[in-house]
Design a binder for this molecule. Structure first.
Ligand SMILES: *Cc1c(COP(=O)(O)O)cnc(C)c1O
Ligand code: SF4
Length: 361
């Protein structure tokens, strides 16, 4: 175990956060870094902070493997600040945030609120990396109250996404305040928390008090963010199980990332393993052109190929929707490999075994 031999410490989320690895010197004790990574660590991490929990760092299998999928998600890379690598990117490509800071009301029935800009681990591919530097642990209650008033006065909002940063890094009292306020709004039918602690800090869900609180809200769902089969461990399985026992369904939103998970077999294994711990794969997102993260982008063709591969190899409910979020706040669009075309007098279908079937209409 990194930094301790004491299992109680390891299983304590506060210990995990207090003992995050945040400096070059510490990181070098655990994994091999290239000369370039060492040389530019300061420049990159000044722009986009670096932090990783001992737990998530322990998922790096071979300290010498430069292509380890966990390593790629946590180690600052020169590409993040290289103007050529970041060509055609934008810090806020999806044009989040409306006239209230931290609140995005894009779809008529759904609103997204940001309740912290703090995360246990700063993922290098994060679409919100523009807010890392703000580093505010919790936004002020006055601003939360403004969100609640806005949602109360917009009766068309049925679904609220609590986002950040990572909302489940907040303390229990603050989470209770947020959830009490939202669940008292009658026209809300769904409350979703978007959190990666299941993946990067599953010990957060070992906190019985938190589970007691979460179990009180009958509209609550959790969206999490597994990207690679190596992230599915006995700890993350335990975290999911505790949530399910508290009555909270868990959906996954993965992002297709170059070298991390852009192989057919990797995505197939990820979805399979998610089902095995009872997490429903909801989305596989095409990587957004975010400044500091665009170098993780793959081609849409590659994504479609992977989706095509899943068909017939995985239970239907294990197949996520592959989607792209359009720049400028134009919303999500599903990307589906085409398996049929219209003929003059019917349709031609391509079956999962690639045979062609024609149905006349
Ligand atoms: C993605 C998103 C949502 C939720 O969309 P779903 O498809 O329902 O998950 C809501 N608001 C904003 C601004 C979003 O980006
Ligand atoms: S946990 Fe989520 S919000 Fe936080 S850095 Fe990772 S991807 Fe971004």
């Amino acid at each position: 175990m990194i930094k301790t031999n004491n299992e109680n410490d390891w299983n304590n989320w506060r210990w995990q956060l207090q003992n995050r690895i945040t400096s070059l010197e510490e990181l070098r004790e655990y994994i091999h870094l290239t000369n370039e990574e060492i040389k530019y660590f300061k420049d990159v991490s000044e722009e986009y902070p670096f932090a990783v929990t001992p737990y998530y760092l322990s998922l790096v299998k071979d300290p010498k493997d430069l292509k380890d999928p966990i390593r790629l998600q946590i180690v600052p890379s020169l590409l993040e600040i290289d103007p050529v690598a970041q060509k055609n990117s934008h810090p806020n490509a999806l044009n989040e945030e409306g006239f209230i800071k931290g609140l995005t009301h894009r779809y008529e029935d759904r609103a997204l609120i940001s309740v912290t800009s703090y995360c246990g681990v700063y993922c290098r591919h994060c679409m919100r990396k523009r807010i890392f530097k703000e580093g505010t642990h919790a936004i002020p209650k006055e601003l939360l109250d403004i969100y609640f008033d806005y949602i109360k006065s917009h009766k068309n909002i049925k679904d609220v996404l609590i986002s950040g940063g990572d909302p489940l890094t907040l303390d229990n009292e603050r989470l209770k305040y947020i959830l009490d306020n939202l669940s008292s709004i009658e026209h809300l039918e769904v409350i979703r928390i978007g959190s990666r602690v299941i993946v990067t800090l599953p010990q957060r869900l070992y906190d019985e008090d938190l589970l007691d609180i979460l179990s009180k809200y009958d509209k609550l769902w959790i969206n999490t963010h597994f990207n690679h089969p190596n992230e599915i461990t006995k700890e993350s399985k335990e975290a999911v199980l505790r949530l399910l026992k508290a009555g909270i369904p868990v959906n996954n939103q993965a992002v297709l990332l170059k070298d991390v998970n852009d192989e057919k077999e990797t995505i197939l294994e990820l979805m399979r393993k998610l089902l095995s711990i009872k997490v429903k794969p909801q989305y596989l997102f095409h990587c957004d052109p975010i400044t500091g993260a665009i170098h993780f982008k793959t081609s849409i063709e590659k994504g479609l190929e992977i989706m095509d591969y899943l068909r017939g190899r995985l239970s239907g409910f294990g197949i996520p929707t592959y989607a792209i979020d359009l720049p400028g706040g134009k919303g999500k669009v599903p990307l589906t490999p085409s398996h049929f075309k219209k003929l003059g007098n019917g349709y031609e279908f391509i079956a999962f075994d690639k045979s062609v079937v024609i149905i006349e209409e």
